[in-house]
Write a protein of this length. Structure first.
Length: 247
């Protein structure tokens, strides 16, 4: 009985030491991965990295991690264009879950078999990006119009506020719009046309109320999947396969 007791104690101690070593190793790997992702993506701050699955050390031996979660507080995505026409749009709280992350022996490269995630774009940021490539539109002789604000319209709609200026004073008007994703582009489309007190052609007023914004070069090559209007901005989901984390 004494020998059995000693054996059990040894097993408990060794098991505890293994768990401790495993957790130390995973903590080191998370810090190393966060630093490499920051460098690869050119981030201003270090992302949060969490490696799931237990034990970690047996995953390392197999060369593939089951589950890696990455959180990026702020990310500057490309809005397309080159040279002076190139621009960026800030994406907030980008959180992605990577599955089946294969890496090489030197940890210089890592690729996830699949990835899903979520993020948000504030209305102010979406409006700024959209306005950076447009000027007030001529919607009737002597009248121009432009979008001056975006906000939550309720029921998954965006409230688009339009200002019209001209020889006759026209108060700002709003319209509820739907938001969708097509490829790498977020599209905003007015459900109906606003009544601005002057006769405007539908095509001309829609050139103001309806707009689209490209969002390219997301981390690791993930892509836009869906979008919906939220309280503080548009909420997007992303997905991808063979997503490059580092290397």
């Amino acid at each position: 009985m004494r020998a059995l007791r000693i054996s059990l104690i040894l097993l408990v101690v060794l098991g505890g030491l293994f768990v401790l070593a495993d957790r130390v190793a995973v903590g080191f790997a998370e810090d190393e991965a966060a630093g490499r992702i920051k460098s690869t993506e050119g981030l201003a701050t270090t992302p949060d990295v969490s490696i799931g699955g237990f034990p970690f050390l047996t995953q390392v031996v197999g060369g593939e991690l089951d589950d890696v979660k990455i959180g990026i507080k702020s990310y500057e995505a490309s809005t397309g264009g080159t040279g002076s026409s190139a621009g960026t749009i800030r994406i907030d709280d980008l959180n992605a879950e990577m599955r089946g992350v294969a890496f090489n022996g030197g940890y210089s490269s890592a690729t996830a078999g699949s990835a899903t995630g979520s993020a948000s774009i504030s209305y102010a940021e979406l409006l700024k990006a959209a306005k950076s490539k447009s000027e007030p539109a001529r919607v009737a002789p002597g009248f121009t119009a432009e979008v001056v604000s975006l906000s939550d319209g309720g029921n998954g709609k965006i409230k688009v506020m339009v200002s019209v200026t001209g020889p006759v004073k026209v108060p700002p008007v709003s319209v509820l719009s739907s938001v969708t994703v097509s490829g790498d582009t977020v599209k905003v489309h007015a459900d109906s046309l606003p009544k601005v007190g002057v006769q405007l052609a539908e095509g001309r007023i829609r050139s103001v109320t309806d707009f689209q914004q490209k969002i390219e070069q997301l981390p690791g090559g993930i892509k836009l999947d869906s979008v919906q209007a939220g309280r503080g901005g548009v909420e997007i989901t992303v997905k991808g396969s063979d997503v490059r984390l580092v290397g």
